[in-house]
Design a protein around this ligand. Sequence first.
Ligand code: PPS
Length: 572
Amino acid sequence: MTMLSNLAPIPELYVSYESAQKLKVEAADLTSWDLKPRQICDLDLLMNGGFNPLKGFLSEADYDNVVENMRLADGTLWPMPITLDVDEDFAATIELGQDIALRDQEGVILGTMTVTDRWTPDKAREAEKVFGADDDAHPAVNYLHNVAGKVYLGGPVTGIQQPVHYDFKARRDTPNELRAYFRKLGWRRIVAFQTRNPLHRAHQELTFRAAKEAQANLLIHPVVGMTKPGDVDHFTRVRCYEAVLDKYPASTTSMSLLNLAMRMAGPREAVWHGLIRANHGCTHFIVGRDHAGPGKNSAGEDFYGPYDAQDLFRKYQDEIGIEMVDFKHMVYVQERAQYEPNDEILDKDNVTILNISGTELRRRLREGLEIPEWFSFSEVVKELRNRFPPRSQQGFTVFFTGFSGSGKSTIANALMVKLMETGDRPVTLLDGDIVRKNLSSELGFSKEHRDLNIRRIGYVASEITKNGGIAICAPIAPYATTRRAVREEIEQFGAFCEVHVATTIEECERRDRKGLYKLAREGKIKEFTGISDPYDVPDSPELSVETENVEVDHCAHQVLLKLESMGLIAAS
Ligand code: PPS
């Protein structure tokens, strides 16, 4: 069999196994750079040939030409700056010509780099030229200004070992592994589909059609490195992809996971994606409307035109070495019970066209509403429902705050029992006294210690919330800023219901159930909240409860009603 050029092995930056063992020992003495997650993804694709023809992190001359002209210094097409950003202190310790070890986050040496270049980039220029605008609403521009170090180092890389992945190992392939796989199966024409979202029926239809049109086999090639912040996590997505894979005719389609760190750079990114897929042995590449789009800019407008990516790709197609396949916008035609390309439907006035947007899908998941069979596969919907249960099945935190003796613990206990009675989610009570005994026994009542105490409670509550449980917290939590920080931490994972137990300080002192107010008045307890230490009354808690002349049972019931109105528990 003649070897097709797209399937011949491509150069990697790895040395042989024996050399790697030797190099690893020698590299232990080198100055080390601890790679950031995005740099690990970049290094992975540099070393395995995914970024071929790059031989390392860009030199200054390559960087300049890539930023200005989408080309390396020697004129080769390359649209994305692949740079090793470091902080100024580290950069100052390096001499040009020096080898450094590149370590992953656990300290494993993945490769070495000979530093040939060191420079301070003009990040505003990079943002304008590469991403189209110096606007932090663009995820890669935000990264450039707020995460990336001030100095770039460039130079050739020597690969020692691949970054270690513990998940979906069998689904990850280097370019040469994929090339070998295609050779083995006799696949000569391969159309790649890039994705960072779960696939539904429309995607399955369009990819299948694209493959048929190109008379090619199909490679679903999802990005599992870094995608747009807020995307569905790759664990969930891969389970969804695996379900969709079964829907293609047998032996036509394969899937491989790509450890790419996306930049969401629209047109330039599309060209980059094409080069990467060509390196992986693919001959065709599907480019869609708004390919790798970053969303809206800070003025609420799109960063790129919907077809900019396709236009740029078409212009460079020959140099990229992969043929573009138009992404067809597929819609469901109810009367014919099938998906059809939107622009091929000639009887639009006589048929019903159905579509569900991403926003609508998220709303349906959140509210536990039906997701029709015509829209997605039941296996995919099951995975998504599992990952995004409706609010009434998500974890949440009820956070009581109020003076000592205000009744927080009593109400919190009653609430816990009432929630346990329904039994649908595990409930944990993080009462002030319990926490001080088990988590914060070394802490006192200074501002610093109180903050630490509340942050610990917030951390535990956020973990409980993340894992679908109910956390009930009942500390004094006197400072508004700390309560806000805890709210923000928890709201990443589920709802936060702040309940102000609004018993007045006079009433708490009158009750003085523990005799502490008396001691505080006598100066025997210092920094006592409400007496000799401040309490910031919550501005806008979800609920404020009065306890004077009100039964505990009633207070707890008020909280339950609030939780019900927030959609967190079923109506009683
Ligand atoms: S804080 O401010 O949120 O960290 O406080 P917390 O962990 O809830 O602990 C409050 C309980 O500790 C007892 N105690 C004091 N409270 C306030 N100020 C001072 N100086 C103090 N010293 C001891 C008091 O019994 C509180 O109990 P609760 O459950 O609130 O009545």
